[in-house]
Design a binder for this molecule. Sequence first.
Ligand code: AGP
Length: 369
Amino acid sequence: ESIEKGGYEHFMLKEIFEQPRSILDSMRGRMIAENNHLMMGGIREYENKFANAQRILIVACGTSWHAGLVAEYLIEDLARIPVEVEYASEFRYRNPIVNENDIVIAISQSGETADTLAAIELAKSKGATIFGVCNVVGSSIARATDAGAYTHAGPEIGVASTKAFTAQVTVLTLIAMMIGSKRGAIETSKLYELIAELEQIPAKVEQTLKLDKQIEEISAIYKDVTNFLYLGRGYNFPVALEGALKLKEISYIHAEGYPAAEMKHGPIALIDEHMPVVVIATKDSSYEKIVSNIQEVKARKGKVIAIVTEGDTTIPAMADHVIEIPETSEHLMPLLSVVPLQLLSYHIAVMRGCNVDQPRNLAKSVTVE
Ligand code: AGP
């Protein structure tokens, strides 16, 4: 087993550090830019179907559902097709409206999640086209779908999903760009800018991983707290949910993720000098808004751990801790901003003596209801 861990103490840490490579593998050979269009190698025969879809439904569970939320922002913004993201477990039991012109994207690392499989069968029976985004080749979900794109992240052993998430987001970004370019919804200059940015993501993840020591030090300060709040806006909102889920799963600390603006509708009541608040506050279109959310937290003496874009000078003057990550397009930011949160949960869990790779009560794939 120690050989399989490749010198890392845990599979989870190995998998976090594999991300520059797994993200590259998930896009390798797939970005074919021709005549100002992005073609997606492997699924070219589905391009028209996607471009003509009236609606895209996304079904998934857990971390894969978070990747689905990122995809909602991407597809609606870049391709202008309405998207709905559903927990597979709710979708399957709520008599949903599904039409023949809908495309259902099922996202699953394992390809064996019972609720996601059942949601697929239901959508199929209503005539929708089902597209899978799976990691495990030949899995039940991969076999149940009409077509799909594997994420090629390699085996993920740690129960807490890390590299599978970033691979899912990469593939879903390509899909959004492909549909957007096919529908003419995305300007050519923006398309090429995004392609160039995406190509730089593996190197920028590598750079982000260098923050490991700093994150370990911050983890030591907060390892004994009982609650954490995670806030983000826009593309960083699903990342806030994912950061909170990672911490809960492996450290058993109660954590909640929220869209930052929702804080004043309830969670703000929780904030006092004992409450650490992780704010994902990178430079994007909602930057000014998130700066005021940080002020609201500080005014109530909350402890702010801010994930910011390199070179930011405003937030470091307000936050208790600042983790600087490289700059990228806001569309791609989840691929970078999730990495410090994975490391934070990992280090806190290790310091609390938890079984990081096999947390209590959890299984790698949930094959029963
Ligand atoms: C993530 O860290 C979890 N262990 C869990 O939420 C997982 O993402 C969920 O069970 C879905 O699994 P799947 O991607 O294999 O379908």
